[in-house]
Ligand binder design. Structure first.
Ligand code: ADP
Ligand code: MG
Length: 681
C-alpha cells in the first residue's frame, strides 16, 4: 500500500480538450455498504487529471438528485499494470462514503450530514469536492465549533471541531514523542476556552509544562501550594500511601477497623455532637472507610496505641508497631506535607472542590495540577483521588457543572492489562470513560504509547487526533479505533509533518488530515525537548547557579503544609471571613525541620479549640455561596488560597535587608482575634 500511497496520478497527455471546469475524475463501478470503487478516467478518454491529481485522503463529491455524496479516497491501485509506458491500463480508487450534503430549494448543496442515506449509482461521475462543499461540511455550525487549523486538502478551509461532540464522547491525542501532542492539547483547549470562558477543565500535568500555555486562564496547583488532605483519600488510596504493600493484610485490617472510628471521633469532637457521643448516640459505624469526612491522624495513632495496650499476646504487636511507625514517618515527611501537613483538621471539602473544579470560575476556567515534585510513589494516588473526585463531583452535582479531565501521559495511569499500574486510579479513569457522558464528564487522553493504554478506555474516545506515529503496534491500535471509511488515511501516519494530524470521530465533520494553527510563542507549553546547541554555547556555573540548584533541591522537601500565611488564608476562607492583612511568612530554614510543637503550632491548636458548635456541611452538598454553612474551624484543604509568592529564605539579600522583620504567626494571630470576636458576637 505504501507504494500506492506515493503514486502520482499525473497523466502525460496534458493537451486534452476537456474544459477546466470539469473536475470529474472517473465513474463509479462498484458500491458496497459504505465503500465504493471508482475507475479513474484514462487520458485516452480525454479527461485529464491535470488540475488536482487525487491523492490519498482527498475528498470527492458524487452528485445524486437531492444530495452530493462526500467520499474520501482510502486506496489507489492499478490492478493490471501496463507492460510498457503509455499502454492503456486501469486505475482504481477506493472510496469511503462518509457524508452527504443536501441541496436546498435553489439546488445548492449546503446542508451537511454525517453518513450516507442516498447511495451513488453505478456509472455516476465522481469529482473532487468543491471549496463551497468543503466549507459546508467543515464549517457548518460555527456557533458551537472552534477553529484549530485548516484542512490539508485546501488550506483556505478552516478545520473546526464541534465542542459538544468532541468533549461529550471523549477524545484522544496520540503521537510519537516530540510530534506536538502537548502543543495540540494546548491549542485545542485554548480554542475551547476562548469561546467558553466559564469552562471547568482539570489538566493533570506530569511534566509541569502547561502553566505557560494558559497563563491568564489557569489556576496552577503545584506541589508547593497543593493541599490534598489525607482524609479525602478512599480506603484503597490511603492503604497505598500508608502501607503500599497489599500483602500486609494485618495492617490493612487494622486501618479498616480504625479509620471509621477516627472519623466518628472527629465528628463527635465537634461541640454539638459531644454530648451525643458520650451518651453513645453517635455510632462509630456511621462512617465507612471511604466516606470523605475529616479525621485526625492523632486519633488514628491514639487508637492504634489503645489497641496495642490492650493486647495480651505481645506477638500480635508487630503489625500495629509497623503501621504506627509508617504513619509517623509519612505524616512527618516534608514531601507529604500537602497531604498530612496541616496541624489541625477542618472540613474544607467545599474549598477543595471550589479550587480544583473552578466553582465559581473566577476567570480561571482551567486547573493545571503539576505533578513533578511530588514523591514519585504518590503521584498515582494523587491522580486517582483527582480522577475519582472529578467523577464524584459531577455525579453529586447531577451534571450541572460539565467537567473535562485531561490526562497527559495516560499510559502511566491507565496501562493495558499486564502492565504495572495503580488499580484504583485505572478504575477511576475508566469510570469517567464509561459513564462520564451521563454526568457531563469528558476525558481527554494524551499519550505517545497508545498500544500501552488500556484498550477499553481508548476505545471510549470517540474523537482521535493521530499525530505522526511510526511504531507498528501503536498504528494498529489507532487503526482499530477508526471506522472503515477513513481507514485509508492511516497510511499517512508515519509520514505526517509537523503540526499535522489525522482527525476522525464525531468531533470533526469527516475523517480529515489537519494542519494545526501555529500557537503563538507565549501560548506554547514549555517544551521538554532540550535545546542542546543553544545551551552549549556559553558556560554556566557562576552567579551562584549551583547554590540555587541546591537550594531548590533541598527545599523541595518543604511543602505548603507548613506555610502559615497560606493556611491562615485558607482557614479564613473556610470560615467565610475576610483574611485581612496577612503578615508575611516567617523565614524558614531550607532543610526539613523536625516536627516539634512550634509557636505556630501552638497558635493553630488554640484556634482549633475555638471550634463553633454548628455541624459541618454535608460533604456531598453542592457548593452554594449564598448559603455558606456556619463554619467549623478545621483545616486540611486544597483550599482557595491566594497565590502567595514563595517565602523568602534565610540568607537572601532581600531578607537580610528588610527593615521590619516579619512577625512569626502574626497571620494566625490576627485570624484568631477575629475568630474570638466572631464567637463573642
Ligand atoms: N500547533 C503548534 N504550534 C506551534 N508549535 C508547535 C505546534 N505543534 C507542535 N509544535 C512544535 O513541536 C514541538 C514539540 O511539541 P510538543 O507538543 O512538546 O510534543 P510532544 O508533546 O508530542 O512531545 C514544540 O516545541 C513546537 O515547537
Ligand atoms: Mg508532551
Amino acid at each position: 500500500m505504501s507504494d500506492i500511497k506515493n503514486m502520482q496520478l499525473t497523466v502525460p497527455d496534458a493537451s486534452s480538450s476537456v474544459s477546466s471546469s470539469d473536475k470529474s475524475i472517473g465513474r463509479i463501478v462498484s458500491v458496497t455498504g459504505s465503500k465504493a470503487i471508482v475507475m479513474l478516467d484514462s487520458p485516452k478518454e480525454g479527461r485529464v487529471l491535470r488540475n488536482d491529481p487525487p491523492d490519498m485522503g482527498t475528498l470527492l463529491g458524487i452528485d445524486t438528485t437531492n444530495t452530493v455524496v462526500l467520499a474520501i479516497i482510502s486506496a489507489l491501485s492499478v490492478p493490471v499494470p501496463a507492460q510498457r509506458d503509455g499502454d492503456a491500463e486501469i486505475w482504481i480508487a477506493e472510496l469511503g462514503l462518509c457524508g452527504e450534503l443536501w441541496r436546498d430549494e435553489s439546488g445548492r448543496a449546503n446542508l451537511f450530514a454525517r453518513g450516507v442515506t442516498v447511495y451513488p449509482a453505478l456509472g455516476d461521475r465522481v469529482r473532487v469536492a468543491s471549496k463551497s462543499e468543503l466549507e459546508a461540511a467543515f464549517c457548518g455550525d460555527s456557533s458551537r465549533s472552534v477553529r484549530i487549523g485548516c484542512i490539508r486538502q485546501d488550506s483556505t478551509i478552516p478545520a473546526m471541531v464541534r465542542v459538544d461532540e468532541l468533549l461529550g464522547k471523549h477524545l484522544a491525542i496520540l503521537g510519537t514523542t516530540g510530534t506536538g501532542k502537548s502543543c495540540t492539547t494546548a491549542l485545542i483547549l485554548r480554542a475551547i476556552l476562548a469561546k467558553n470562558p466559564a469552562a471547568h477543565i482539570v489538566l493533570l500535568d506530569p511534566h509541569n509544562e502547561y502553566a505557560t500555555a494558559f497563563s491568564e486562564w489557569a489556576e496552577v496547583i503545584s506541589p508547593r501550594n497543593m493541599q490534598l488532605p489525607f482524609w479525602l483519600l478512599n480506603f484503597e488510596e490511603i492503604v497505598e500511601v500508608l502501607i503500599s504493600d497489599g500483602s500486609r493484610k494485618a495492617e490493612i485490617e487494622i486501618l479498616q477497623e480504625l479509620i471509621p472510628i477516627a472519623k466518628a471521633r472527629y465528628s463527635a469532637g465537634r461541640a454539638r455532637d459531644q454530648q451525643n457521643f458520650r451518651r453513645g448516640m453517635i455510632e462509630p459505624t456511621r462512617f465507612t472507610v471511604d466516606t470523605p469526612v475529616p479525621y485526625r491522624i492523632s486519633d488514628l495513632t491514639g487508637l492504634i496505641d489503645e489497641r496495642m495496650g490492650k493486647l495480651e499476646n505481645k506477638k500480635d504487636l508487630s503489625p500495629y508497631r509497623q503501621l504506627r511507625s509508617r504513619i509517623d514517618n509519612i505524616s512527618q515527611d516534608g514531601r507529604y506535607s500537602f497531604m498530612f501537613g496541616s496541624l489541625t483538621v477542618y472540613d474544607g471539602m467545599t474549598q477543595v472542590l471550589s479550587r480544583i473544579f473552578r466553582v465559581p470560575v473566577n476567570n480561571k476556567p482551567i486547573t493545571i495540577v503539576e505533578l513533578t515534585g511530588l514523591p514519585t510513589e504518590i503521584i498515582k494516588v494523587v491522580v486517582s483521588v483527582l480522577s475519582r473526585m472529578t467523577f464524584d463531583f459531577a455525579h453529586w452535582s447531577e451534571g450541572k457543572v460539565p467537567l473535562t479531565l485531561v490526562c497527559e501521559e495516560a499510559h502511566r495511569y491507565v496501562p493495558a492489562a499486564g502492565q504495572l499500574g495503580f488499580e484504583p486510579c485505572k478504575r477511576a479513569i475508566a469510570k469517567i470513560a464509561k459513564e462520564g457522558r451521563k454526568y457531563g464528564v469528558a476525558l481527554c487522553i494524551v499519550s505517545q504509547r497508545p498500544a500501552e493504554i488500556d484498550p477499553t478506555i481508548l476505545s471510549q474516545c470517540n474523537t482521535v487526533f493521530a499525530l505522526r506515529m511510526s511504531n507498528d503496534r501503536d498504528q494498529e491500535i489507532v487503526n482499530a479505533a477508526i471506522t472503515d471509511t477513513g481507514s485509508g488515511l492511516l497510511e499517512f501516519l508515519p509520514a505526517l509533518g509537523q503540526r499535522e494530524a489525522l482527525a476522525f470521530g464525531d468531533g470533526v465533520a469527516l475523517p480529515v488530515r489537519i494542519k494545526f494553527d501555529e500557537l503563538p510563542a507565549h501560548c506554547l507549553p514549555r517544551s521538554t525537548t532540550a535545546r542542546f546547541t543553544e545551551h552549549w554555547q556559553k558556560s554556566v556555573g557562576d552567579e551562584g547557579f549551583l547554590e540555587q540548584v541546591v537550594e531548590k533541591w533541598r527545599s523541595s522537601d518543604i511543602g505548603a503544609g507548613s506555610d502559615a500565611t497560606q493556611h491562615a488564608a485558607m482557614m479564613a476562607d473556610g470560615l467565610g471571613i475576610d483574611p485581612g492583612p496577612l503578615a508575611p511568612e516567617p523565614l524558614r530554614p531550607s532543610a526539613p525541620a523536625p516536627r516539634q510543637e512550634s509557636p505556630l503550632a501552638a497558635r493553630v491548636r488554640e484556634a482549633d479549640v475555638l471550634r463553633p458548635s454548628a455541624p459541618a456541611p454535608q460533604p456531598a452538598a453542592p457548593a452554594n455561596p449564598a448559603a455558606r454553612p456556619t463554619p467549623t474551624v478545621r483545616r486540611d484543604t486544597f483550599g482557595s488560597a491566594p497565590a502567595s509568592p514563595p517565602p523568602q529564605r534565610a540568607g537572601t539579600p532581600e531578607a537580610a535587608g528588610s527593615e521590619q522583620p516579619p512577625v512569626p504567626g502574626a497571620a494566625l494571630k490576627s485570624l484568631r482575634d477575629r475568630l474570638i470576636q466572631r464567637q463573642q458576637r
